[in-house]
Design a protein around this ligand. Structure first.
Ligand code: SF4
Ligand code: SF4
Length: 367
């Protein structure tokens, strides 16, 4: 076992500060589903000790939101340790779980993680598909392509309206973040390498994506596993923010009040807090902040593969979040949009959750 990891785990003094901020513990009230218990279970896993089914579940029903990391006085990277414990579980044959295997097979066979028909990948595209060259790729991702299509369409239209030179791919495929998050690191490496080869062959230097999961994957996980992956990776919010700053994109002024939800992978993990708020502010919108926002923004409960297996837990986490929000919630991750809208419907709430570019496109001052 990695000594540094062990030192980190052993530095825990049982202060329990992490427990109160954990969304899976709050919803389930099960001790094993708390950060502290997961940390202790991770040690057991790394030491090769016997692992129960419940411990395996506790490692996989964590959305790796990193709220626990934020409050730990010992600066233990609990969520990263959980991710490494998943890799170990795969190596020891406890995972991927059956639910993971189903999604992984879909990714291999259909090139997406949401069981979409590859023939329909571009259904959202408002224009006829044009095969064009550009060193900038707008990489939409599986959710925007198939399930939250307004995300794909409005991101595409806004970039076009601002005159950005980019291309899209009719057979985009999957970034592979699901494999990485499941701990299936060898399969993830293979997929990352294949995508990297393809992008390099196409002369891609810059990737713009509306998906917080794809963003983190291309930006952090690809370079971690693949030496040749050195693309510039930008979230669409960063690009639009720059376009507004330089006067290439302008908005009409509205007067709505809405809640902005910080997606974990964009906020806490990448520090993108001001850009989306400033974009909404440029439309004249007032932001009704959630009590817990920015670095302590509440997780929507969908990430790191949990929704595909523990759907009710994901839904309950999202539902708690919506209880505090205004009628319209805007966020910068299509998976958060999908899960929060699902929770809103299932729980009979009136909250309408939108992807940020959908709102911005409505307010775009087109020439
Ligand atoms: S990453 Fe989030 S869900 Fe997982 S243990 Fe930490 S606080 Fe809980
Ligand atoms: S906050 Fe950190 S030190 Fe305190 S119990 Fe949790 S992991 Fe241990």
């Amino acid at each position: 076992m990695n000594e540094k990891l062990l030192v980190q785990i052993d530095s825990c003094d049982d202060c329990k500060k992490c427990i109160d901020v954990c969304p899976t513990y709050t919803v389930s009230e099960e001790d094993l589903f708390s950060p502290l218990a997961r940390l202790k279970s991770a040690k057991q896993i790394f030491e090769g000790k016997k692992v129960s089914e419940k411990i395996v579940e506790s490692m996989y029903n964590c959305p790796e939101c990193a709220r626990c990391d934020e409050v730990c006085p010992k600066h233990i990277k609990i969520s990263e340790i959980i991710a490494l414990a998943r890799v170990e579980l795969v190596e020891r044959g406890f995972a991927p779980l059956e639910g993971h295997k189903k999604i992984i097979n879909g990714i291999m066979e259909k090139g997406n993680s949401v069981n979409g028909d590859p023939e329909n990948r571009l259904d959202w595209l408002p224009d006829a598909f044009e095969e064009r060259e550009s060193d900038t790729l707008l990489y939409l991702g599986c959710l925007p392509s198939y399930l939250v299509k307004e995300t794909a369409k409005s991101s595409y239209l806004l970039l076009k309206a601002a005159g950005v030179d980019f291309r899209i791919l009719a057979d985009e495929g999957c970034c592979g973040v699901y494999l990485y998050d499941a701990g299936a690191i060898d399969q993830a490496r293979e997929m990352f390498a294949e995508n990297t080869r393809r992008f390099n062959d196409l002369g891609i230097k810059k990737i713009i994506t509306p998906c917080a999961g794809c963003y983190r994957c291309f930006k952090r996980y690809y370079p971690e596993l693949i030496e040749e992956a050195d693309f510039e990776v930008l979230h669409v919010v960063e690009v639009l923010h720059e376009l507004v700053k330089t006067g290439k994109l302008r908005f009409k002024t509205g007067d709505k009040v809405l809640t902005y939800h910080d997606p974990c992978r964009l906020g806490r993990k990448e520090g993108l807090y001001d850009e989306p708020r400033e974009l909404l502010g440029a439309c004249g919108y007032e932001i009704d902040e959630l009590e817990e926002n920015r670095a302590m923004g509440m997780c929507c409960g969908a990430g790191a593969g949990i929704r595909s297996i523990y759907r009710n837990l994901s839904m309950e986490i999202a539902s708690n979040l919506l209880d505090e929000a205004s009628e319209t919630v805007v966020t910068s991750c299509p998976f958060c949009v999908f899960n929060m809208n699902y929770a809103s419907r299932k729980k009979g709430k009136d909250t309408n959750v939108k992807y940020i570019t959908e709102v911005l496109y409505e307010m775009c001052d087109l020439p």
